[in-house]
Design a binder for this molecule. Structure first.
Ligand SMILES: NCc1[nH]cc(CCC(=O)O)c1CC(=O)O
Length: 333
């Protein structure tokens, strides 16, 4: 069959288009012509309701899945962390691009405010971490609580675990909208994925890496999907599949899936390949930050394929994990 122009489906946010264009350029390098097809997702249309209230996984991916299955497009490009742990029936992973920064960052307004969260002289001052157990709340004055914007249950939970007296406000929309809403608010800051802002040159100077926060499974990675059995589309994507990122994100997604997935549970996970070893760190957190259970597993790359599953299953044996899962279930259903 003569080579056809590959149709790349994408959401129409600036970040989504940037990511789809990256894939288009990579295809071009491999000698494959392609075009972008813009498709609106439910997650983009309703930017008021927090995602955890929409109650469905895959709000960003569903419409593109449908377009693939209807053959309106041949591949779809997603921020991998928005892709449900189980792909839709008839859809397969074609490639995972080399990961950019996996980190969450705080975009803040005033340098002076940072002392309240223990960020002093350009460093996280571990001695100043607010411990839930201590009544003497250091580094976080009860009278001037830090307020941050984010609608991610994972970010809320980890933030409140570290800063129990802080306030969190709902902040939805694509990254451009969220930056604007922060500017218009009276909050001290808001949390973003570094990759999302850096890709489109929007990372403000007033931002710091939240090195202590574990990212969403597969944050910073881009996934390309195609129809199951579409060998032409699948083969076209192999030149830019990054094996290390594919392995690390598989481990992180497995961890999420075993622990129940969904976007309603604060679950974080990061696998990093260092030489011939994989280091995995994961945690599950109570939505109000009152508890956090974490796990670390280090294995040789050759033995690491099931590390995410193993980590998830190990955490499930912990009574505190069970308690967190029950809290989430009872709260949301
Ligand atoms: N849920 C929205 C979303 N999905 C992917 C990214 C950024 C890119 C990435 O994390 O890979 C973002 C923005 C954010 O979390 O701030």
């Amino acid at each position: 069959m003569a080579a056809q122009t590959l149709r790349i489906g994408t959401r129409d946010s600036q970040l989504a288009v940037w990511q789809a264009t990256l894939v288009q350029n990579l295809l071009k390098e491999a000698g494959i012509a392609s075009e972008l097809v813009y498709i609106k997702s439910e997650g983009d249309i309703d930017t008021i309701t927090p995602l955890y209230d929409l109650g469905v996984t895959g709000v960003f991916t569903k419409t593109l899945d449908a377009a693939l299955l209807n053959k309106r497009i041949d591949i779809a490009v997603h921020s991998m962390k928005d892709v449900p742990t189980k792909l839709a029936e008839g859809i397969q992973q074609a490639a995972v691009l080399k990961r950019a920064s996996h980190k969450d960052i705080l975009v803040y307004k005033n340098e002076q405010d940072l002392e309240a969260i223990g960020f002093v002289n350009g460093e996280w001052n571990e001695g100043e971490i607010v411990k839930r157990e201590t009544s003497n709340v250091k580094g976080c004055d009860q009278h001037s609580p830090f307020t941050i914007g984010t609608s991610s249950v994972r970010r809320i939970a980890q933030w409140l675990h570290r800063y129990p007296t802080n306030k969190v406000e709902n902040l939805r929309g694509n990254v451009n909208t969220r930056l604007r809403k922060l500017e218009e608010s009276n909050w001290q800051g808001a949390i973003f994925a570094a990759a999302g802002l850096e890709r489109i040159n929007l990372r403000p100077e007033h931002s710091i890496n939240l090195d202590w926060m574990l990212p969403a499974p597969s944050q910073g990675a881009i996934m390309v999907v195609c129809r199951e059995g579409d060998h032409q589309a699948f083969d076209a994507c192999q030149p830019f599949n990054d094996e290390a990122t594919a392995l690390c994100t598989k481990i992180e997604k497995d961890f999420l899936r075993v622990l129940m997935g969904g976007c309603t549970t604060p679950i974080s996970g990061l696998a990093v390949k260092k030489g011939e070893t994989i280091q995995f760190n994961g945690n599950i957190c109570a939505p109000d930050g009152s508890d956090l259970v974490s796990i670390e597993i280090i294995k040789e790359v050759k033995d690491s394929a099931n590390v995410g599953e193993e980590a998830g299953k190990t955490l499930l044996l912990d009574a505190r994990t069970q308690h967190i899962i029950e809290t989430v279930r009872n709260g949301k259903q």
